[in-house]
Design a binder for this molecule. Structure first.
Ligand code: 4NP
Length: 159
């Protein structure tokens, strides 16, 4: 079982959408059973909340199911998950801070856009204060990046 965790700040916009798109792609490829997938936030503002209504709209618009209760990142996640994908640089730094430097964790912590074919390694922009255009941009970035991530996983794990 390959364990993947998507991380953003609030866990109501970007990371639950990444989780939904990833799950959708796994289903289409018949890979669902090989994975355990979750998302969380570095912040504690929205613990227990469902994804933002604009995130839900974006997922449904693209024919994807989305269901997630917001939770905050905990230290144990850094031992539990094989891959932890940060949406932006601030999330990335906060994940590593939680890890207690010198690095005592086993997860591979990576930027989501490490796997993007366009603007590789940059941030998935925070759409919280934006409008539908920002949410569509986030969807497109995640959709592309997750194709790249799945191609990477297929190679690494001979899927
Ligand atoms: P997310 O977006 O990190 O993609 O879930 C945000 C959601 C909420 C807040 C910030 C970003 N907030 O400040 O409440």
């Amino acid at each position: 079982m390959i364990k993947v965790l998507f991380v953003c700040l609030g866990n109501i916009c970007r990371s639950p959408l990444a989780e939904a798109i990833f799950n959708h792609k796994l289903k289409l490829s018949g890979l669902t059973e090989k994975f355990y997938v979750d998302s969380c936030g570095t912040g504690d503002y929205h613990i227990g909340s469902q994804p933002d209504s604009r995130t839900v709209f974006s997922a449904h618009k693209h024919g994807m199911e989305i269901e997630h209760a917001c939770r905050q990142l905990i230290k144990a996640d850094l031992m539990e998950f094989h891959y932890i994908l940060a949406m932006d640089n601030s999330n990335y730094r906060n994940i590593l801070l939680l890890a207690d430097l010198p690095l005592k964790f086993s997860s591979q912590v990576l930027m989501m856009r490490h796997f993007d074919s366009f603007d590789k390694g940059s941030d998935v922009p925070d759409p919280y204060h934006g409008d539908a255009r920002e949410f569509q941009l986030v969807f497109d970035i995640l959709n592309r990046s997750l194709d790249g991530f799945i191609a990477h996983l297929a190679k690494e794990h001979a899927l």
